[in-house]
Design a protein around this ligand. Structure first.
Ligand SMILES: Cc1cc2nc3c(=O)[nH]c(=O)nc-3n(C[C@H](O)[C@H](O)[C@H](O)COP(=O)(O)O)c2cc1C
Length: 377
């Protein structure tokens, strides 16, 4: 074979291979644990890629502690932290979570009835919802302070407007990443001063757009170059990493394929759901957060799809879901949580150590690039 998988972004970030563990939060979807524990993030960074900690709505203390623990595991190697920045958190203002629930009850009684009916039909027990929401503007600003105080080298903004922290981040030498599900998002990221954009195709798990990775990546590269673009959405083999590079990306941002790693914290029943599903069983719905999200299609998503109800704007849809998610958590019915996961799930068959997944991706990508040369006469 003729060489190691290496692109300019490796120099930019000080990594050996352009393979990234995507930032993954639980999304509050009835899950009790973060899918990307510090150990998994550290494995990817220590293998020579870049591990990114999805903060899963942790408390400020947990976030701080997680970053410190990660630093102690990776030493001088780079890592990232990912969470949502505020952009359009409509209708929240300064109301408490309980006040928002009261308003939803008054304004959207049919929606509340749907949630109550789900709790009953699924034979769950009603529990109290949290008094304070992790989604408030103030809380997210405090999380940004934690990231800054810890001198995190790379920050990835899941949703929201990176312009909010661009100046502060760059003053500290922090590298800023943002997501694009459409070329116009990449234009916005460019204007905000983002350093790296992830072009995430609709195949992806989690919040996602409507354009496929194959069609999206070259368009984002056109908009964002000469700054680097990573490809995401439906990548789980080395051949797909090689395809991403062929489209102009400098690396692969991988979520679902690492979600089922042995070190991943997702409940085992959810790993089984992903490993046992066909690609078409990962549906897009606004049911969970109010924004289009791809997840394993379970009975809760099916019931929402059949309800005829209109999705509430973010974050109200998420708040609406809280009683159901809390009841799912309390009953430890992880099978009912709407687990974000992508179409690549249809190609995944077994749990494996993260390192093995990582080096299979690297080796297979190198072999693919090498073997493609035989197609040239
Ligand atoms: C469980 C899960 C949680 C996710 N949470 C986030 C998140 O909090 N922030 C974010 O930027 N993207 C999130 N994503 C999207 C990933 O960062 C990534 O773009 C996506 O998983 C790539 O597509 P793939 O799943 O096909 O690999 C999530 C994806 C999954 C599967």
């Amino acid at each position: 074979m003729s060489g190691q998988l290496y692109t300019p972004i490796c120099d930019m970030l000080g990594i050996e291979y352009p393979i990234f563990l995507a930032g993954m939060n639980s999304g509050g979807a009835g899950q009790s644990k973060s899918p990307t524990p510090v150990k998994l993030v550290a494995e990817i960074t220590n293998a020579g890629g870049l591990g990114v900690l999805g903060d899963s709505f942790l408390t400020l203390e947990d976030l701080d502690q997680g970053i410190r623990e990660l630093k102690s595991l990776v030493g001088d190697r780079p890592y990232g932290v990912d969470f949502m920045l505020p952009a359009k958190l409509e209708n929240v203002g300064s109301r408490s979570n309980l006040e928002i629930h009261d308003d939803i009850k008054k304004e959207y009684p049919d929606h509340v009835k749907f949630i109550e009916r789900m709790i009953e039909e699924l034979e769950l027990t009603k529990v109290n919802v949290p008094e304070s929401s992790p989604m408030t503007y103030e809380h997210i600003l405090k999380k940004i302070d934690v990231v800054m105080d810890n001198d995190v080298p790379i920050f990835a903004a899941a949703l929201g407007d990176p312009a909010l922290i661009s100046e502060k981040a760059h003053d500290r030498g922090m590298i800023l990443m943002g997501m694009a599900g459409a070329p116009r998002h990449a234009e916005r990221q460019m204007a905000a001063g983002t350093d790296i954009v992830v072009a995430q195709g609709t195949e992806a798990g989690g919040h996602t757009g409507s354009i496929s990775t194959m069609v999206l990546v070259p368009q984002v590269v056109d908009v964002f170059s000469p700054k680097p673009v990573l490809a995401a959405g439906g990548i789980g083999t080395g051949a797909q990493v090689a395809a991403a590079l062929a489209l102009g990306a400098q690396g692969a941002w991988i979520g679902t394929a690492f979600l089922v790693a042995e070190e991943g914290n997702s409940p085992e029943v959810q790993k089984d759901q992903i490993l046992g599903a066909r690609s078409e069983q990962f549906s897009i719905s606004t049911s969970q957060s109010g924004k289009q999200q791809r997840a394993y299609h379970n009975i809760v998503r099916e019931a929402w799809a059949n309800s005829g109800l209109k999705t509430l704007p973010m974050p109200l849809q998420g708040v609406l879901n809280e009683p159901l998610n809390e009841a799912i958590k309390a009953a430890q019915r992880d099978d009912l949580a709407q687990i974000p996961s992508g179409q690549i799930g249809g190609m995944l068959t077994e749990r494996r150590p993260a390192r093995e997944i990582f080096f299979d991706l690297v080796n297979e990508a190198e072999e693919t690039i090498d073997s493609m040369k035989s197609y040239l006469k």
